[in-house]
Design a binder for this molecule. Structure first.
Ligand code: G6P
Length: 479
C-alpha cells in the first residue's frame, strides 16, 4: 500500500460504516471540525487517517478493505484513505472506556467526586496495560503507513503515548499532537499515579509540536511538565527541552466552519425541522442548548437556572421555552447513565411545576438529530453553554453563525471559547445557578438591535480560525 505524506490518528474516525440489508457497506461522515480541517490537504497530498473501528459494521469494513479509499468528494475530501483498526474488545474497553473516558477525561475536566473516586488499584494498572497496547496498535499502523519524513497529526488524550512510540522508532517523522480537551492543573493531574502521569507527559513530549485550544490549557500542561518531570520550561517561547530536542507548545483556537454549516443548514430537512419546532413551541422565546449528555456540560445546573428564572420572574412563564438537546454519549460509563437519568428527572420536575395546557416550558430530546440541531441553532434567541470545563465548545461558535435573527450567548468562563467570545457574551460561573438564571433573563430581555450587533461580533470571533486554517497552522508548525 502507498505510504502517506500526511497522517492523522484519532480514536473516532471521520466516518462510520453501516451494513445494508443486502450486506453492502455504506458510510457516512461524522461531525466535527477535524474532517473539514483536512479538506485542504487531502486534495493535494496523499493522506491517511488511522482510527479505531467502533462498531460491528466498522469492523466488517476494516476486514473487507483494510485501507479504504473513501470518496468523500461531497465534503471536498477528495479520495482520502481511512484505516480502521480492529482493536481486541478487552483492550479497547480498558483503553477507551476505563483509562481514556473514565480516568483521563475525568482528570482534565476535574469531574471526580473525590471522597470516593478515583481509586488507582491493581485493576487500574491492568487497564493501563490495555491503554499502552491500544496506543501501540495505532503507532504500528502509523509507522507502516508513513512515507519518509511524513507529518503525523495525533489527536487527543486517547493517543497520548503515540508520539513517543513513533519517535523512538522513526526519528524522521514530524509529529504533532493536539489536545481537544482542557488540561488539568498540577494539583489535579497529580492525582494520577506518579508513573502514569510521567508516562503521559513523556509520551506527548515525543512530538515536535503540541497544540491546545486555549492558552489556559497550554500553560497547565507546561506547569505539569515543570512539576512532574525533571525539565525546564522556557515560558517566553513556550518550549520544553526533552530528550535533546525542543518541543513547542502552541495555541490554536479552532473556530467554526461557517460556510459548510450554512450550506447544510439551508437544506430542506433543516427547514422542515424549523417549521415543526416552531409549531411545537408557538411564539415563545427560545433558550437553546445542544450537547452530548456529558457530565462536564453541566446540563442539570443549566436546567436549574431556568427553573429559578421561572420561579423568580413569573412574568416569563408561558413566554419562553427551553429546548435542550442532549444526545447519547459514552453509555458504557456508569456515571453517564446516572447523569442521563438525572437530566430526565429534573426536566420532568420543571414541566410538572410550570406546564399549562398550552405551554411546555422545557423540551428535552435525548436522541441525536443533526438537522434538528441546526434548526434550533437558527431559531435560538438565547444560547446556553455553561460547562464546568470544556476544551473549546464549538457549539458556542457554530450556533451564532447560523442564527436567523441574532442570538445572545450565556457562556461559562470555563469554556475555552470564552477566550474569544467572552467579550460579547454573558459570562457565568458554571456552579452559580442564580447568576446563570440572571444571565438568562438579561439575555432574553436584551434589545433586538443590541443582540444582533453582539451576535455579529460573536460570528466574527468564532469563525476567525476555521478548521482548514487551524489544521494548516499545525502542519506549518512542523516545518
Ligand atoms: C470530545 C473529544 C473527542 C471525542 C468527542 C466525542 O470532543 O475531544 O476526542 O471524539 O468528545 O466523544 P466520543 O467518546 O463519543 O468519541
Amino acid at each position: 500500500m502507498d505510504k502517506a505524506q500526511i497522517l492523522v490518528a484519532s480514536n473516532r474516525g471521520p466516518v462510520s460504516f453501516s451494513i445494508g440489508e443486502d450486506g453492502s457497506l455504506d458510510y457516512r461522515r461524522g461531525g466535527g471540525g477535524l474532517v473539514s480541517g483536512l479538506s485542504s490537504v487531502a486534495e493535494t497530498t496523499d493522506t491517511l487517517w488511522v482510527c479505531a473501528a467502533l462498531s460491528e459494521a466498522d469492523r466488517t469494513a476494516a476486514a473487507r478493505a483494510p485501507e479504504a479509499r473513501l470518496d468523500l468528494a461531497g465534503f471536498d475530501l477528495g479520495g482520502m484513505r481511512v484505516r480502521m483498526l480492529d482493536i481486541p474488545p478487552d483492550t479497547f474497553t480498558d483503553a477507551y472506556t476505563r483509562v481514556a473516558n473514565s480516568t483521563l477525561w475525568f482528570v482534565h475536566h476535574m469531574l471526580y467526586d473525590t471522597p470516593n473516586k478515583p481509586r488507582f488499584d491493581a485493576a487500574f494498572r491492568a487497564q493501563w496495560e490495555g491503554f499502552r497496547s491500544y496506543n501501540a496498535a495505532f503507532a504500528e499502523a502509523l509507522l507502516t503507513g508513513s512515507a519518509d519524513n511524513a507529518r503525523v497529526a495525533v489527536q487527543d488524550y486517547h493517543l497520548a503515548l503515540v508520539p513517543r512510540m513513533l519517535r523512538q522508532r522513526r526519528p524522521d517523522l514530524r509529529i504533532t499532537h493536539f489536545s481537544h480537551t482542557p488540561w488539568a492543573p498540577p494539583e489535579y493531574f497529580g492525582m494520577l499515579p506518579g508513573e502514569v502521569g510521567r508516562e503521559l507527559l513523556e509520551g506527548m513530549l515525543g512530538a515536535d509540536h503540541l497544540g491546545f485550544l486555549s492558552r489556559r490549557w497550554a500553560e497547565a500542561f507546561l506547569h505539569c511538565c515543570e512539576t512532574f518531570l525533571p525539565i525546564d520550561v522556557d515560558w517566553d517561547r513556550r518550549t520544553v527541552e526533552f530528550g535533546g530536542r525542543l518541543v513547542h507548545v502552541g495555541v490554536h483556537a479552532l473556530g467554526a466552519d461557517a460556510d459548510s454549516l450554512r450550506r447544510r443548514a439551508a437544506a430542506a430537512d433543516v427547514e422542515e425541522w424549523r417549521t415543526a419546532l416552531r409549531e411545537r413551541v408557538g411564539d415563545t422565546r427560545l433558550i437553546v442548548r445542544v450537547d452530548r449528555t456529558e457530565l462536564s456540560k453541566n446540563i442539570v445546573r443549566g436546567m436549574e437556572a431556568y427553573r429559578e428564572l421561572l420561579r423568580e420572574h413569573p412574568e416569563w412563564q408561558g413566554r419562553v421555552t427551553h429546548l435542550a438537546f442532549a444526545y447519547p454519549s459514552r453509555g458504557d460509563v456508569p456515571e453517564y447513565r446516572e447523569y442521563t437519568e438525572q437530566v430526565q428527572r429534573v426536566a420532568k420536575e420543571i414541566n410538572q411545576e410550570f406546564a399549562t395546557a398550552d405551554w411546555t416550558p422545557l423540551v428535552l430530546e435525548l436522541t441525536d438529530d443533526f438537522p434538528r440541531s441546526l434548526a434550533a441553532y437558527r431559531m435560538a434567541d438565547v444560547l446556553l453553554i455553561n460547562p464546568i470545563r470544556d476544551g473549546m465548545n464549538l457549539v458556542a461558535k457554530e450556533a451564532p453563525a447560523l442564527s436567523d435573527d441574532g442570538c445572545a450567548l450565556v457562556l461559562s468562563t470555563e469554556a475555552g471559547a470564552a477566550d474569544e467570545l467572552g467579550a460579547n457574551s454573558f459570562l457565568v460561573n458554571p456552579y452559580d445557578i442564580s447568576q446563570t438564571a440572571g444571565a438568562l433573563r438579561k439575555a432574553l430581555e436584551m434589545p433586538d438591535d443590541k443582540r444582533r450587533a453582539r451576535c455579529e461580533r460573536l460570528v466574527e470571533s468564532g469563525t476567525a480560525l476555521p478548521p482548514k486554517r487551524w489544521f494548516e497552522e499545525q502542519l506549518r508548525a512542523l516545518r
